[in-house]
Ligand binder design. Structure first.
Ligand code: THU
Length: 164
């Protein structure tokens, strides 16, 4: 039986990542090129792959009324669900670059994006990998959204029968 990794893996170089992650990172980089980030000038791209091989991308969209903007990860997750309902997400890769810059820069998903990832993961009852670049050019590969959000708030807490 194939062993399932349950730990967060760190890679010193982009090239050390698996082929699928690198492919999705390139797709995410293309998506970052479509970001609308005139305020932060920080372009983020996300690419996820579904169980039928479909790739869905997202980029961040900002707004003059700042909180109205949306992160790349959630754009990709919501688009995937809206366009391919019922499909399982296998992996999500996030990259970022500064306006005018060519190189990727670190961007680890914000708390609200992790929370949304977790809800998608819970609903499909199967984990999906999350790959992103941390500080010092380290690439992070998490085995699940849950591994990125310990002690998470979930729908179980809303259950009136839930015993703390
Ligand atoms: N942003 C994302 O899209 N994803 C992340 O993981 C981090 C932050 C966006 C939000 C905002 O448009 C800009 O990056 C600066 O915070």
């Amino acid at each position: 039986m194939a062993s399932v990794k349950n730990e967060i893996e760190l890679f010193k170089q982009f090239d050390d990542l698996d082929q699928e992650s690198k492919y999705l990172a390139h797709k995410a980089k293309d998506a970052a090129g479509h970001a609308y980030a005139p305020y932060s000038k920080f372009a983020v791209g996300a690419a996820l792959i579904l169980d039928d091989g479909t790739v869905v991308t997202g980029s961040n969209y900002e707004n003059a009324a700042y909180p109205s903007g949306m992160c790349a990860e959630r754009v990709a997750l919501y688009a995937a669900s809206a366009q391919h309902p019922g499909r399982r997400i296998m992996k999500l890769v996030v990259v970022a670059k500064r306006k005018g810059g060519k190189e990727l820069v670190p961007a680890t998903s914000c708390g609200p994006c992790r929370q949304v990832m977790l809800e998608f993961e819970s609903n499909q009852s199967k984990p999906f990998e999350v790959v992103m670049q941390g500080d010092n050019h380290i690439w992070i590969k998490a085995p699940s959204a849950a591994s990125l959000l310990p002690f998470a708030f979930t729908r179980d807490h809303l259950d009136t029968h839930h015993k703390p």
